[in-house]
Design a protein around this ligand. Structure first.
Ligand code: ADP
Ligand code: MG
Length: 209
């Protein structure tokens, strides 16, 4: 076995172990604690100035083990933002599209029990102003690990390289317990521009890579 393959295998095993640990941490937050954290996150995002009227926001509908995005969704709608939700278009190729969403639009249960728009026209990923990303773990440099399929890494691959034009702005949404000081990362991983937890809204420096 060659050295690079061994390193890759070790990294994959390491990511799997990290995901297990970090998912257990976020699953442990339920009920009132989850509701409180979710409202705090929405308020911090509002204070950050990102919820501008007519801004195009990408947002996911959270699962039970994620911080609840419902308070943010309600606040963004009240502020007149335009909302777009991910819809999986290929599980095999880990592809998704963001679809315009308004209250009353039909939703359906998609792969892995995720709730997604039943229909609608996809928006170009570069046309979104801000995208809020789910995550399993984040670190102090803005590295992110997700559920292990790379949906967000693929959809926003153009944001891998630092550039003047940071569009869309990629903001991770997480509980503080999902923080690690440093996470393993690979060239395909798209870094976060900011992270919001129940305690703070933190922007990462532009020239970190
Ligand atoms: N832009 C991309 N093009 C092709 N494959 C990708 C891309 N981004 C991620 N992948 C692949 O998707 C898989 C999952 O990526 P990973 O970063 O581990 O997941 P996640 O970001 O969900 O934690 C990896 O095998 C990775 O090589
Ligand atoms: Mg990744």
């Amino acid at each position: 076995m060659t050295e690079p393959t061994a390193a890759t295998d070790a990294d994959a095993a390491n990511r799997r172990a990290l995901r297990r640990e970090l998912r257990a941490r976020r699953r442990a937050i339920t009920g009132r604690a989850r509701a409180l954290a979710s409202h705090r996150v929405a308020r911090l995002i509002e204070n950050s100035g990102l919820l501008k009227h007519d801004a195009r926001l990408g947002l996911f509908l959270s699962s039970d083990e994620e911080i609840d995005t419902a308070p943010l969704l309600a606040l963004a709608q009240a502020r007149g933002c335009r909302l777009y939700l991910p819809r999986i278009t290929s599980t095999r190729d880990a592809r998704m599209r963001f679809i315009a969403f308004q209250t009353g639009d039909a939703l359906r249960e998609g792969p892995w029990g995720m709730i997604e728009p039943a229909s609608g026209t996809p928006i170009n990923p570069r046309a979104l102003d801000v995208v809020f990303l789910p995550l399993v773990g984040f670190d102090d440099a803005g590295h992110r690990i997700g559920m292990g399929k790379g949906f967000y890494d693929r959809h926003f691959a153009h944001r891998r390289e630092p550039s003047q034009l940071r569009r869309p702005l990629l903001v991770g949404m997480a509980y503080q317990v999902q923080r690690m000081s440093a996470l393993p990362h690979a060239p395909h991983d798209v870094p976060l521009d900011a992270i919001v937890t129940e305690f703070s809204f933190l922007r990462f420096r532009r020239e970190r890579r």
